[in-house]
Design a protein around this ligand. Sequence first.
Ligand code: G
Ligand code: G
Ligand code: MN
Ligand code: NA
Length: 246
Amino acid sequence: NAIAKDLKRALKDEEFRLFYQVQQSVVSGEITGYEALIRWKHPVRGFVSPMDFISVAEESGAIVEIGAWVLRTACREAAGWGNDLKIAVNLSPVQLNDASLIETVRQVLVETCLSPSRLELEITESTIIGDKIHALHQLRQIKAMGVTIAIDDFGTGYASLDTLNSFPFDKIKIDRSFLMEADKSAQARAIVRAILALGKSLEIPVLAEGVETEAQLGLLREEGCEEAQGYLLGRPVEFIGAVKAA
Ligand code: G
Ligand code: G
Ligand code: MN
Ligand code: NA
């Protein structure tokens, strides 16, 4: 595969970039953090979406190195922001299964001097479907360092509730598909409400992804959602200014 071959070279040639998308409090509008999103600035093809190369990187194993680069770069840049905002980093299932992950996280925190409580790792349900026991063991070690763990794309996997039951997640991220349909579908709104109720009863804060309209944000406000992320609040951007945390 041409992409698979190109990925290692791209890492060496420093063609990857991180973009950051703002996350904010629904009630106060204050910025709470940023999610790091990888972009590949290919010399010929221009910006390549992670949707077109993450799965290839997972199959070839290159995701372990690329993921370590993401983690290191995100933590280094966040340490330089001059605030206490969170930095959320996506973790691939392949990374979570890899035995090097714990040491990589530990090293990156030491190297960048980022306070561990500022780092949040985003895990999808599919991340812990493989070797579940091993994955949960790794997550526990990471959490013991003071790093927080969010469950991403919540509601789309086939075992959302089981996943929630198997690990003390620090945040639930409602998948953007539910928000997108919330404007026109009473059923999607009901699902959003149900996830928010679940978060309340488990005492896990909920962040809604894919917020694109004021109506969606209004719904989240009425229903007591803690945080939001989406094009309405900000698109992913390459550079962020110095923002003071609340
Ligand atoms: O940024 P965008 O919406 O194009 O991302 C598409 C997908 O790629 C999303 O599912 C997102 O979680 C994933 N993604 C973005 N950056 C990273 C990353 O650094 N690591 C991993 N594993 N996935 C990422
Ligand atoms: O799977 P994950 O939640 O990590 O995916 C994040 C992806 O969602 C990013 O690639 C980002 O570009 C995309 N995204 C973020 N906000 C919005 C939004 O409001 N609408 C849409 N369509 N995509 C969004
Ligand atoms: Mn994510
Ligand atoms: Na998501």
